[in-house]
Design a protein around this ligand. Structure first.
Ligand code: ZN
Length: 567
């Protein structure tokens, strides 16, 4: 950063000397300086920065041969252009502010720049997107729509021009004002310049690789990015085989669009498959049906065929990430693509980012466990257990039922039946059913018996990590329900004398079984009021828990990744 700043200033001075624009330049610099000193700034920037511990994300270069290293380099270069697109998508003001902060001389502003880079804009993602520098409020539609556009105007315009509905609601267009009208601009036009760079590097990587499936994917993706049509290369991505170095790159998740939840944000992951670990994980798939059958719930609430898991399960080393996924809290695992056509024909790929998990485990989970557990129990918190808990959580989303029958006979998805409560119940179900399945997996000899205490104790420490996300977030609320329920049923015990928590190994299994039954039944019945009552009962933070969570405030919420390859 400093190096770049020095370069920039010397270029300025040089051009001033050459073109005789010294005084004009100074005037601009002065007014900019004044502007930056007067801009409203959050006083607690250092505390905010401390929530993200800068952490190097590395991999073992010995895993790759010379060709693979060259391919990897091109993929990282392609990826780095994704950041530029996401800056524009995340807000209308972020990029300009970034440039101003990069050029500012006031050293205090460096901290605001660092936090701006973490958040991809002046809005604090851990604080409901409130601005931490400046007073400009983030428009719900981020940079995807004109900042003043309301949902009502958007819908009114579509109603008045039904022929443009598809283009306006496409995940792959931005909405702009043109005179008094609104227009939908395809991503491939709006971000053309950056996408051409991305496509160029993807093609160069395709030229270098000797893996036919990777070459096919890269060429097709380059073309698709420029044509704004992703189906073909999404399929090619699922079909990648016998490969170490891979990339996923393009517009995917729609969370950044808070106006309509329609527009996809660009992101990319460059990663290396961990073949050995993948073989181990595949072993889980053999037990899915038995787990489903063993669930402690009425037959009709676990009657669905366990599908959607024939597709690949990748454990990987993340080498580089860009765009949407890099903003704020880092991704641990992802399931892509989102295109329903691809999902039906090919399934999805579940990708677990093992080195990212490890970084979070060390920087966040271990310090939390030191606060909430006894010394003896801290020793039982292991990365092995954390990793396997995470895998089981992801797999457990398939258990139970997807559809429910309402009292009037209508058959709808559980998601539609439970509406806004669904995510918290579903995330909680995935945690608890995953944990419940441990017993069967131990009986089968897949998980060693002696790991039992490790698993439950690591899970207990992990609950405190998730509860910090707060009750307004599905994982936070879902975890709080588990925590309160397991305490009520004696599986988790608080020792008032030491101020520490522990797992009661005699009671935890029974409590987990009971909770799994509750959650699977809530989904099976699809009764909104029952789910609401359950959440009211178990989803509240009591005084004691609030104090404990406050005592964790010094521990980072997440890491800020430093990708060593990007150097
Ligand atoms: Zn989940």
């Amino acid at each position: 950063m400093n190096h770049r700043k020095i370069c920039f200033i010397s270029i300025l001075l040089l051009s001033a000397a050459i073109f005789g624009v010294h005084s004009a330049c100074n005037r601009n610099a002065d007014s900019e300086k004044r502007e930056m000193s007067q801009i409203k700034k959050a006083p607690d920037i250092l505390q905010r920065l401390a929530r993200f511990d800068p952490t190097e994300i590395t991999y073992d270069p010995g895993l790759l041969n010379a060709e693979q290293k060259q391919v990897l380099e091109k993929l990282v270069l392609a990826s780095s252009h994704i950041d530029k697109i996401f800056w524009k998508q995340a807000s209308h003001v972020g990029w300009d502010l970034k440039t101003k902060l990069e050029n500012a001389e006031d050293p205090e502003l460096r901290n605001y720049l660092r936090y701006l880079l973490i958040n991809f804009g002046p809005f604090d993602r851990l604080d409901g997107n409130k601005p931490f520098i400046g007073t400009y409020a983030k428009p719900p539609g981020a940079g995807f729509y004109p900042p003043d556009l309301t949902k009502e105007e958007f819908e009114r315009f579509i109603a008045a021009h039904p022929e443009i509905k598809d283009a306006f609601e496409s995940p792959f267009t931005v909405i702009r004002r043109a005179d008094s009208d609104l227009v939908a601009v395809p991503y491939s036009e709006a971000y053309r310049e950056n996408l051409e760079e991305v496509a160029r590097y993807l093609r160069e990587a395709a030229d270098l690789t000797s893996n036919p499936s990777l070459e096919k994917f890269l060429r097709q993706r380059a073309e698709d990015l420029l044509n704004n049509e992703y189906y073909e290369s999404d399929c090619n991505w699922i079909d990648l085989e016998d490969n170490l170095v891979e990339i996923i790159i393009g517009p995917y998740e729609v969370y950044e669009d808070g106006l309509n939840g329609l527009k996809a944000a660009y992101e990319s992951f460059v990663y290396i498959n961990d073949i050995e670990e993948m073989k181990k994980i595949e072993g889980y798939l053999a037990y899915l049906e038995e787990i489903q059958n063993s669930l402690p719930v009425d037959r009709k609430y676990k009657d669905q065929e366990v599908v959607g898991l024939k597709s690949p399960l990748n454990v990987v080393f993340e080498v580089f990430a860009a765009g949407d996924t890099k903003a704020g809290v880092q991704t641990l695992a992802f399931v892509l693509p989102n295109d329903e056509r691809v999902r039906e024909e090919k399934g999805t790929k579940k990708v677990f980012l093992k080195n990212m998990m490890e970084a979070k485990f060390n920087k966040v989970l271990v310090p939390i466990s030191e606060k909430v557990l006894s010394e003896e129990d801290v020793a039982k918190v292991s990365f092995w257990a954390y990793f396997n808990d995470t895998i089981l959580h992801e797999l457990s989303h398939v258990f139970g039922v997807n559809y429910t029958t309402l009292p009037n006979g209508e058959r709808i998805t559980v998601n539609r039946a439970l509406k806004d409560l669904y995510s918290a119940i579903e995330e909680s179900k995935a945690d608890v059913v995953g944990l419940y399945s441990i017993n069967l997996l131990m009986q089968k000899g897949w998980i060693p018996r002696e790991k039992e205490e490790e698993i439950y104790t690591t899970y207990l420490a992990g609950m405190f990590r998730s509860m910090r996300f707060g009750v307004n977030e599905a994982h936070g609320l879902g975890t709080l329900m588990q925590f309160n329920f397991l305490r009520e049923h004696g599986g988790v015990v608080y020792d008032g004398a030491t101020g520490k928590f522990h797992v009661d190994m005699n009671r935890i299994q029974g409590a987990v079984k009971l909770l799994a039954r509750h959650l699977l039944t809530l989904e099976g019945e699809g009764d909104y009021d029952k789910a609401a009552a359950f959440i009211r009962k178990y989803g509240a933070v009591d005084e004691g828990t609030r104090k404990i969570l406050e005592s964790l405030s010094e521990i980072p919420v997440d890491i800020a990744p430093i990708f060593t390859t990007a150097r």
